[in-house]
Design a protein around this ligand. Sequence first.
Ligand code: VGL
Ligand code: ZN
Length: 197
Amino acid sequence: MHALVIIDVQNDFCPGGALAVAGGDEIVAKINAMMADFDAVILTQDWHPAGHSSFASQHDGKAPLEMIEMPYGPQVLWPDHCVQGSPGAAFHPGLDTDRAELIIRKGFRAGIDSYSAFFENDQTTPTGLEGYLRTRGISRLTLVGLATDFCVNFSAVDAAKLGFEVTVHEAACRGIDLDGSLAAAREGMTAAGVTLA
Ligand code: VGL
Ligand code: ZN
């Protein structure tokens, strides 16, 4: 069983959104066209409470894209984005969400961010996706979506570590590229055994 896992194709990560990824909307039609080729389609949705600890607005004197030290390690600070129930947290209106059999939400705990669809940024708190995939007999994953160097990257590396056969379809991803993070993500994914297609 081979699943298409569509990472965070949400308004806030598309042009005009709070944390816009360049060309984020360009991948929507491609992703829709890919869906028919998979046994299962799964969506992830970045889903933060207002005042989330990853928002620069919650840290005096800090600006978006600066780093802080959290109890679980270093954390990039972001503009307020993907607040639960807000238009920015909604999926891009062009995305065909009807085909999705699961929507996994992440980043909903105020004190911890979650880039990966499998584990929060402490790298131990599970989202439950692993159990869902295993109990459905899904062993192969193709990942697409936003952003290549953050949520796609962390999801792909965790999936590979868990023993899934993972491909990232880069033409259906777009990255943020913060201080070389895109090149580092490609290297990290390759080292983890992820196939970049
Ligand atoms: C993401 C930064 C903050 C992502 C989510 O989806 O890549 N990036 N929250
Ligand atoms: Zn987020």
